[in-house]
Ligand binder design. Structure first.
Ligand code: COA
Length: 696
């Protein structure tokens, strides 16, 4: 046999595709090596297309498609999505693989996502290393699979399962799909390529092609479309793509469309969504997060943190302890009394128990985690700690006392961190003999759930301490953001400004419900007044009481103050901006509304009722204005970090990118005009001059 591929080794340096031919030139192995995640770029598509087209005329037994590095293809190249779609498109490559005359086998490992899974689904057989993740996460980016992945999944594993993959975007374990048409073999140990080659050799030519398009048959399965739609919409958190895709699936199912017709429709929707505002904002959020995480871990001059101390076993202390335990770190936990310590341990255990009940953890996992914790009531025990986090209540004097003790009992190289939301870390650092080792670690409540952590640089904090904390933040699976010292740092300072504008709009006659509804329809996870009720209106009230340079305006947080002064602290007293029934249900409260209206009357505020859109815009402008002020003052050095703060600290709708992205989209000129109007209408103290050109 005169096979032209004999001894050929094809290597495209730029995309890193390598072709090897083995077994008397009958088995072709295509290996993709395009770090970091083998994303399927235009160049990769073009090279693969040429390769499959040229191999089609060869006398081959089969082709094995595999990837080097940490993963099989992890998706389309998201960077390309901000430009015009580039040829060859993925459907063309996929059609070529589907039509390829001999079996194509995909050897999967790592994260087989999006276009990667679509590519694998075009193959005839799929082998996977155990624990490989398979997913169609496109909806998380505001788009849908554009190359027939959903349709092929519908055919292979049924409509219901395909909906789960494509409409929720959640990756699934390959192990769960063994012995289905999705995964033909799992590789538990040994070399994946070797085992895939042996799988190929066992294939006889009679069991060659598995054409999913010709056998497209999806009828027969009962789907409760209404409840599925409700679930999909709930999980989507305002992103439109999942429900639109579900609609498509429903149409295909009920109209019995052909594969070809259905693919055309899905491709059209994909292209339409790819250019949508939601998809652009979601891509911005994706790359902003990646950039931040990379920066946080890019430095080598960080210290090793093995053992951590936590002082305080209240709610925050428990959450913070849990973060370190979950990261597998040794923990020394200090409380003033045995009772308080036991209570903390008990709450920690209860938190884990609920995970066991839900089947997310085993009793053995719990034992392993609790083994990491050593409790004590004496500070001496903190001697081995590389880092100690103080999580006592928000009182400067209490924190100073604790820091004096920490300075005395901790080793010289230990970093001392305070978990404070507002207090002046410089004055805490000053009570120690090592102000360069003192830093703020502002966790958000509940600490083990919330992804945001502010790393607060005080006047004297050493660079390597900041770098170590940023890297630690990533290790704790959080988004660490470096900020400087000011009242509320960056996060709570912006949040306070947002709250202040909400309160002003309340005083101007916009009802509690109208404001909450406006902000939830904007996409916020909760209305701002519902949030206050949930966290306790008294918390902010007390924090403001300690604020040294309070703004002068008389109406400053008066509605909240009036609630507190009338015993309406929020959910915990069954009354706040809303009333809470015994069942926990939240209902409107005329009494609360009356309290707000009385405050407005006392202050002689002229009513100024706004549309929902105008309420949203005022709230956003307040955030943009404060964010720009924070940048001007050098509290944060990268504007995109303010978006991370809002995405991960305050439930800002991801499909809107973040408040600063929102401002940049509106444009400097428009923002300038609106801020000038507000400055004129209110005052330059509330709406100060800011450097608008930072908005980009
Ligand atoms: N397109 C372009 N770049 C991508 C990418 C994609 N689909 N997926 C990841 N990257 C880049 C990241 O931006 C990062 O770049 P950087 O090093 O310049 O910051 C790099 O690849 C590594 O990604 P990272 O997320 O840090 O690695 P990880 O091992 O933690 O996670 C993934 C890997 C693949 C699980 C994760 O990156 C991911 O979920 N990617 C998106 C997958 C996706 O949505 N695919 C469908 C696209 S339609």
């Amino acid at each position: 046999m005169n096979n032209p591929l004999c001894h050929v080794r094809y290597l495209c340096i730029e995309t890193g595709i390598q072709l090897n031919v083995t077994d008397n030139n009958t088995l072709a192995v295509i290996e993709i090596n395009s770090p970091p995640v083998n994303a399927i770029s235009q160049q990769l598509r073009a090279e693969l297309l040429i390769l499959f087209q040229s191999l089609a005329s060869q006398d081959l037994h089969s082709v094995l498609l595999t990837c080097t590095g940490r993963t099989f293809v992890a998706g389309a190249d998201i960077k390309e999505m901000d430009t015009e779609p580039l040829e060859p498109h993925l459907p063309e490559l996929i059609a070529t693989i589907v039509r390829f005359p001999k079996p194509v086998i995909a050897a999967l490992h790592g994260t087989v996502l999006g276009g990667g899974l679509e590519l694998a689904l075009a193959c005839d057989y799929r082998l996977a290393v155990s624990k490989t993740k398979l997913g169609l996460p496109e909806v998380n980016l505001g788009i849908i699979p554009g190359a027939g992945g959903t349709l092929r999944l519908m055919n292979l594993i049924g409509v219901k399962a395909a909906i789960e993959f494509a409409c929720t975007g959640k990756p699934q374990n390959a192990d769960e799909w063994l012995n289905t048409a999705l995964i033909h073999k799992l590789v538990h140990k040994g070399d994946l390529t070797e085992q895939a080659l042996s799988f190929c050799r066992q294939l006889t030519l009679t069991e060659s092609k598995q054409n999913t398009e010709a056998d497209f048959s999806i009828q027969g399965q009962y789907i409760d479309w209404d409840s599925t739609e409700k679930r999909v919409k709930r999980l989507a958190k305002g992103v439109e793509a999942p429900a639109l895709l579900l609609n498509e699936i429903k149409a295909i199912y009920s109209l019995g469309l052909s594969f070809e017709h259905a693919l055309k429709r899905q491709r059209r929707l994909f292209l339409q969504l790819r250019d949508s505002d939601q998809a652009k904002a979601l891509r911005y959020a994706f790359f902003t997060e990646k950039k931040n995480q990379k920066l946080a871990t890019s430095t080598s001059s960080t210290r090793t943190i093995n053992t951590v101390g936590v002082v305080g076993a209240g709610n925050m202390g428990v959450g913070i302890a849990r973060c370190f335990i979950d990261a597998g770190m040794d923990l020394i936990w200090i409380e003033q009394t045995e009772e308080a310590l036991l209570r903390g341990m008990d709450n920690l255990r209860k938190g884990y128990q609920s995970k066991i009940t839900k089947g997310h953890m085993t009793e053995q996992d719990l034992d392993d985690k609790m083994q990491l914790v050593k409790g004590s009531t004496v500070y001496d025990r903190l001697a081995p700690c590389d880092l100690v986090v103080e999580a006592a209540f928000e009182d400067l004097e209490v924190k100073k006392i604790i820091f004096k003790a920490l300075d005395q009992h901790c080793k010289d190289s230990a970093i001392l961190a305070t978990n404070t939301s507002y207090l002046d870390i410089n004055s805490i650092a000053k009570v120690t003999s090592r102000p360069d080792q003192v830093v703020g670690l502002h966790f958000f409540s509940p600490a083990h759930v919330m992804k945001l952590i502010e790393i607060v640089r005080a006047e004297n904090t050493a660079d390597d301490v900041i770098k170590t904390m940023l890297a630690l933040g990533v290790k704790l699976r959080k988004y660490p953001v470096e900020v400087g010292v000011c009242f509320g740092f960056a996060a709570n300072r912006m949040y306070t400004r947002y709250g202040r504008e909400i309160q002003q709009m309340l005083l101007e006659g916009n009802s509690i419900v109208a404001i909450d509804e406006a902000m939830t329809s904007f996409g916020m996870a909760m209305g701002p007044l519902t949030v206050q009720d949930l966290s306790g209106i008294d918390i902010g009230y007390q924090a403001r009481a300690k604020q040294a340079d309070k703004p002068y305006d008389l109406g400053y947080f008066r509605p909240s103050a009036s609630m507190v002064e009338n015993g309406r602290l929020g959910r915990k007293t069954q009354a706040g901006f809303y009333q809470y029934l015994a069942s926990g249900e939240k209902v409107e409260s005329q009494e609360a509304q009356l309290l707000v209206d009385n405050e407005a009357k006392k202050l002689s505020i002229i009513p100024h009722r706004l549309t929902a859109e105008a309420i949203q815009q005022r709230a956003m402008l307040a955030l943009v204005s404060e964010g720009l002020l924070i940048i001007d003052e050098g509290i944060v050095n990268d504007i995109s970090l303010l978006d991370i703060i809002w995405l991960h600290g305050y439930g800002f709708p991801r499909f809107k990118g973040g408040p600063m992205y929102w401002g940049a989209k509106l444009g400097c000129a428009d923002i300038d005009e609106k801020l000038q109007l507000l400055r004129h209408q209110y005052s330059a103290d509330i709406w100060p001059e800011v450097t608008l050109s930072n908005l980009k």
